[in-house]
Design a protein around this ligand. Structure first.
Ligand code: BGC
Ligand code: CA
Length: 438
């Protein structure tokens, strides 16, 4: 386990200068003719006289929020094995968290002479937490604490609870860290951390983060040397509200286009979770299941249009029925290659033929239409790949608060050939599978 992680990490580090783009110049081939032939919106294509497929037997992909217990992180294997064509697509949260922690540590090391703004000998940071019940969020909090030596463990894992405020360093969820840089020892303190949830219940809430940084600054002012965030949506809100003007390095996650562009203006860095690979996989597993071909087609094995992924950008865990993209740091060194987060990944941007891959219809939801990553990066990528893969996708945007707001709009699943689901809460798979089971 440790070894795999170390390997994955070594791999990610060597690749960190090539976080974006990929291969052959990014030219998307044009469809080989007849791309609009015979498509009819939102009619399941049951294929001539074949009997209609029951909803419970249609391909299903969970993405971005892995069916799991929000307290323990344990995977919900019933949901992941809903039927023989069920998968999850996400990214390797632990590997990404290590890369994020390392990126921040590298920045501190490189800027050690100037990082301590008030010269009190303590490197102070604040941390915006996305969703305390989301395994990706938990992993990122742990990754930052581990790298900065502020982590404490309970039952063999790093505590990921928010500290609230920790002015005196006495909070129990963290400890004061010690970093030795250039032969000198420095203290690091997590001055404050909080889940950024708004009053209506939406998590990863950028507006809440933008307000909270103001509160933190009024308490800590120039004790804050670094701003860290579980994602770019919250990171950019804090950067725009305060840290940009005060030249305090701010680190996020997702490599959204606006965050990457902000690196030119002092944003410290971000992590690409390879949304370009994830969005492809999300629709590709459905395409393959609908085509009745091997699930590895166009993934580890080239398809008839030449699409294929190399194993430095993803891996598949068969037991977990899960595809995981790998993460890479985007910093001042390489950000220029990553300015457009919505560009399809070149090795899998070749148009499928309409003859062999006729149009199918897919119902897909985004848990919160206001989520920066999902709406500004992931969905635009999906919209590029749905054309490439001949999928007619209906996009449903949720309110980020209740599954009901989304499932209400899955009135008649028999209208679709396949489903792609982004839950509000990782525990709630049954809200969807119960509809498909009817
Ligand atoms: C992203 C966040 C996003 C969350 C939504 C994460 O993978 O990094 O930005 O808010 O997914 O579930
Ligand atoms: Ca200080």
């Amino acid at each position: 386990m440790k070894k795999t992680l170390a390997l994955a990490l070594a791999l990610a580090m060597t690749l960190s200068l090539a976080a974006c783009g990929g291969g052959n110049g990014g030219e998307t081939q044009q469809p080989s003719g007849g791309s609009n032939a015979g498509t009819s919106a939102n009619q399941p294509s049951t294929g001539g006289d074949a009997a209609p497929v029951a909803n419970k037997d249609k391909p299903l992909v969970w993405f971005n929020r892995q069916p799991s217990n929000s307290s323990t992180g344990e995977l919900d294997m019933d949901a992941l094995n809903f039927n023989g064509d069920t998968y999850y697509v996400g990214f390797d949260a632990a590997q990404g968290a290590e890369v994020q922690g390392q990126m921040i540590l590298d920045y501190i090391t490189a800027n050690i002479d100037t990082i301590d703004r008030n010269g009190d000998g303590i490197i102070g940071y604040v941390l915006a937490i996305g969703d305390i019940g989301h395994n990706d969020s938990v992993a990122r909090t742990r990754g930052v604490r581990k790298a900065l030596d502020t982590a404490v463990e309970a039952n063999g894992t790093i505590v990921s609870d928010p500290v609230g405020v920790n002015a005196d360093g006495k909070a129990t969820a963290v400890k004061d860290g010690k970093l030795t840089i250039g032969g000198k020892e420095y203290t690091v303190r997590e001055l404050a951390s909080q889940e950024m949830k708004n009053s209506a219940g939406a998590t990863w809430d950028a507006a809440t983060a933008g307000n909270t940084i103001g509160t933190w600054v009024s308490t800590f002012s120039d004790q804050i040397d670094i701003v860290a965030s579980n994602n770019d949506g919250m990171g950019m809100a804090m950067f725009n509200a305060w840290s940009k003007e005060n030249k305090v390095p701010t680190f996020g996650y997702d490599a959204n286009s606006d965050a990457v562009a902000a690196i030119a203006e002092g944003y410290g860095g971000t992590i690409s979770q390879h949304a370009d690979v994830q969005a492809y996989l999300t629709l590709r597993v459905l395409r393959n299941a609908l085509d009745g071909v091997d699930i590895d087609t166009g993934i580890g094995t080239p398809d008839d249009a030449g699409n294929v992924l190399s194993d430095d950008v993803y891996y598949y865990n068969a037991e977990q029925r899960s595809y995981y993209a790998l993460n890479a740091a985007v910093t001042a060194e390489n950000y220029q290659d990553c300015l457009d987060a919505t560009k399809p990944y070149a090795p899998v941007a070749n148009q499928l033929s309409q003859d062999t891959h006729p149009t199918k219809s897919v119902w897909l939801n985004i848990y919160n239409s206001a989520d920066n990553f999902l709406s500004a990066t992931y969905q635009p990528l999906l919209q590029n790949y749905d054309d490439i893969l001949n999928l007619n996708v209906e996009y449903i945007g949720g309110d980020g608060q209740t599954e009901g707001n989304i499932t209400n709009r899955l009135g008649d699943p028999s209208l679709y050939d396949a489903f792609a689901i982004n839950m509000v809460k990782t525990d709630n798979s049954a809200a969807y599978t119960s509809i498909l089971n009817q």
